[in-house]
Design a protein around this ligand. Structure first.
Ligand SMILES: [Zn+2]
Length: 480
């Protein structure tokens, strides 16, 4: 029953290089940001064109559940760093001279930049770069009430500008690629602190390729961020089970936004992938195409080209990625019991702790220990369906019987409790008390778009699909 674990190194990758944009002229090829390209297996180029409008960073983050991960916000466990003391003895501040008297007053401002490393504190990092203790203390004092440096984390960056006399002109402390605190001098000699948010600029980009093992592997091996792989999996989660239905040779294309900020030196810095605008997955499971469309201002979703929403009553799988370790079968040899008996579910092997989703909205009817199932959650849905999620390592916070759950809500985490040989979730569905094969669940399509927005949808769809399809696939396997 077990298939070999998929390797993350495809032997064949095909990628598309193309440009589309103003006047149909090839836009400048821009290399992938270094942090994204670390795992690339071949030459990667992603063409881009500047979009006309900036993205509101807060809205962009809110719309994107994985934004925080990639941006590094709150993704590193809080690690209290011994930081700047809360109070600075006044006498110490006042007695130290502003700067050596011999220093010429007309000299250029001094810029000190750095990024905190693991175990670093701001004080240590600044003083190591020769910034005076007096200046460091001043920064700490002025930032009180705005940012507590005890929350400093590795990766936080700063930029200090001092005049020739050593006085602080400005200090910028960046806690993420987007959010920072700006200390600046007042005309009256005092300081002001303001929280700053970088404006993000989207550029359209396209990647395309052929899957050899997993879609995740194919996308990340192209140098794109793992977030993009998650996002495209989510777009097609109602139609494709990426643990079960993908085959080597399946093709994908993704038209998406890459979000940039402008740094202090005026350089454009890639921050993270933004929204997927259109995507196609064509393979053994058929061809699936989705485009992003806002039927009302700010209320967007993914639609098939015919205008039906991609959402369905049941998700195809309870985990985003996994490997099917055991299929639904009327007879299989049990790996522990060594007897032949039916397996009325699908086992998805995935690392312990992988989130498990409710495949449809419903109500929790069981959560607890259930013998061979180990930790089990059962959810009752409409029309007599009940879904089962077994062998969990743990349950979602505050999960309880009677609780309503939404489709795709996390209800627990993959584990190996009960009769289990390794971390997986045993996913089962019963209808009117009888197990059914989850692969054959009826999945009616969602409602189509309202008549009044159809014309807008068609125009948007045609333009997005033209961009999605305007590239040429180039076989690149011999280059790898
Ligand atoms: Zn099972």
């Amino acid at each position: 029953m077990n298939r070999p674990a998929p390797s993350r190194r495809p032997s064949t990758i095909v990628l598309t290089l193309f440009a589309f944009g103003v006047c149909g002229v090839l836009a400048t090829l821009i290399g992938v940001h270094p942090s994204e390209s670390a795992n690339a297996t071949g030459p990667i180029q992603i063409d881009e064109i500047a979009a006309a409008t900036p993205v509101d960073p807060i809205a962009a983050i809110a719309a994107d559940p994985f934004a925080a991960d990639e941006a590094g916000i709150d993704s590193i466990p809080a690690e209290p760093a011994a930081a700047v003391p809360d109070s600075i003895p006044e006498d110490e501040v006042k007695t130290e001279p502003e700067a050596p008297a011999s220093e010429p007053q007309a000299a250029a401002p001094r810029v000190t930049e750095g990024v905190l490393e693991r175990g670093d504190t701001l004080v240590r990092s600044l003083t190591a770069q020769g910034v005076s203790r007096r200046a460091v203390d001043r920064i700490a004092r002025e930032m009180i009430g705005h940012y507590d440096f005890r929350h400093s984390q590795p990766g936080h960056g700063y930029r200090l500008v001092q005049n020739a006399a050593g006085e602080i002109e400005s200090f910028h402390y960046r806690i993420s690629p987007i959010i920072g605190y700006e200390l600046s001098r007042n005309p009256d000699g005092g300081y002001l602190v303001a929280r700053s948010e970088a404006e993000l600029w989207p550029r359209q980009a396209m990647i395309a390729g052929i899957v050899t093992t997993s879609l995740y592997g194919a996308i990340t091996d192209l140098g794109a961020a793992p977030q993009l792989a998650s996002d495209v999996t989510d777009v097609f989660a109602y139609d494709v089970d990426f643990s079960r239905m993908i085959r080597a040779g399946d093709e994908f294309r993704i038209l998406y936004e890459r979000l940039y900020r402008t740094d202090e030196d005026g350089n454009e810095v890639f921050v993270r992938p933004g929204r997927i605008l259109a995507a196609r997955y064509a393979g053994a499971s058929g061809e699936h195409t989705a485009v992003y469309f806002e039927s009302k201002e700010g209320r967007g979703g993914y639609y098939r080209p015919d205008g039906t929403t991609v959402q369905r009553e049941f998700l195809m799988a309870p985990v985003r990625y996994g490997r099917v370790s055991s299929r639904y079968a009327e007879a299989r040899r049990h790996p522990i019991l060594k007897i032949t008996r039916p397996h009325h579910g699908i086992d998805y092997a995935a690392p312990t702790g992988t989130p498990v989703f409710a495949v449809a909205s419903g109500e929790v009817v069981f959560d607890g220990w259930a013998g061979g199932f180990g930790n089990l959650v059962k959810i009752r849905h409409k029309n007599g369906y009940v879904s089962y999620y077994g062998h969990l390592s743990g349950f979602a916070d505050r999960l309880h019987v009677g609780q309503p759950v939404a489709q795709k809500q996390i209800i627990g985490y993959v584990g190996s409790t009960g009769l289990s040989t390794g971390p997986h979730v045993c996913f089962r569905v019963a209808k009117d008390g009888k197990y059914v094969n989850p692969v054959h669940l009826p999945t009616p399509e969602g409602p189509p778009l309202a008549e009044e927005v159809k014309r807008n949808f068609q125009a948007r769809r045609d333009s997005l699909l033209a961009s999605l399809d305007s590239g040429t696939l180039v076989a690149a396997d011999e280059a790898l």
